[in-house]
Design a protein around this ligand. Structure first.
Ligand code: DX5
Ligand code: ZN
Length: 221
């Protein structure tokens, strides 16, 4: 199956004192920059408040793929859609109104993503597939970078690909993506890759993004 591969590096493990230039470093070789927003409620970690996220989004050399790991995603999803993100992903476990929030994000002209944690079954959301522009399958427990890819998620990635069928929905994986794991995630059906520590701990982050893309593209072609 020929699939278009997208690279969406996460700046969670980049230098937070200089995010603008960290994003610039990967901008030539990446499709989006993945912005992890954590509220210390949905996950046991905090990243940015709305105001600092807004500044990063406004200054970003790349379109922003926001990953909202926040409890009040039904309110924040639409807010992030309004401040210039290209894609906004909410977590199914946090939302009280998944369909409504996905529709509001889409109505703002922004791609609507639905993310699920490792213990959440994707089948629960098969009936709202038409409202989803991207599924995000977490391949670690959300909250921190630098964790190991969970091979136990491979069947879920496969199942998500089956649910997607021939719809133009992107299938993103997030957590532990590296040169060791990207090929098996692609083999299972992923086409959109978050990589945080693998990219920003590499000697040359841009070369790493290109290397990862080539490995995935080779499997997808
Ligand atoms: C974790 C975040 C990830 C994180 C991935 O909850 O959602 O985007 O940055 O980091 P790595 O690639 O290091 O696992
Ligand atoms: Zn993420």
């Amino acid at each position: 199956m020929i699939r278009e591969i997208r690279m969406t590096p996460s700046i969670l493990n980049a230098d937070f004192s200089n995010l603008e230039s960290e994003i610039r470093v990967i901008s030539e070789v990446s499709d989006f920059v993945h912005l992890d927003v954590m509220d210390n409620i949905f996950v046991p970690n905090f990243t940015f408040d709305f105001e600092s996220a807004q500044k990063i989004i406004a200054a970003s050399a790349l379109p922003v793929d926001a990953h909202l790991m926040v409890a009040d995603c039904d309110q924040m999803g639409p807010q992030y859609a309004d401040i210039g993100c290209a894609s906004v992903t909410i977590h199914a476990e946090a939302s009280q109104d998944i369909s409504g929030t996905l529709k509001t994000i889409r109505n703002a002209g922004v791609r609507a993503g639905l993310g699920i944690k490792p213990n959440t079954a994707v089948e629960l959301y098969a009936d709202i597939v038409e409202l989803v522009d991207m599924f995000l399958i977490m391949t670690v427990e959300p909250g921190f970078g630098g964790q190991s890819f969970m091979d136990a998620m491979l069947p879920k990635i496969r199942r998500t690909r089956e649910i997607i069928g021939d719809r133009p929905i992107w299938l993103q994986v997030d957590g532990g993506i590296s040169i060791e794991t990207i090929e098996r995630a692609t083999q299972a059906g992923a086409d959109t890759f978050v990589a945080g520590s693998a990219v920003f701990k590499a000697e040359d982050p841009a070369v790493m993004v290109s290397t990862l893309r080539a490995l995935a593209q080779n499997v997808a072609d």
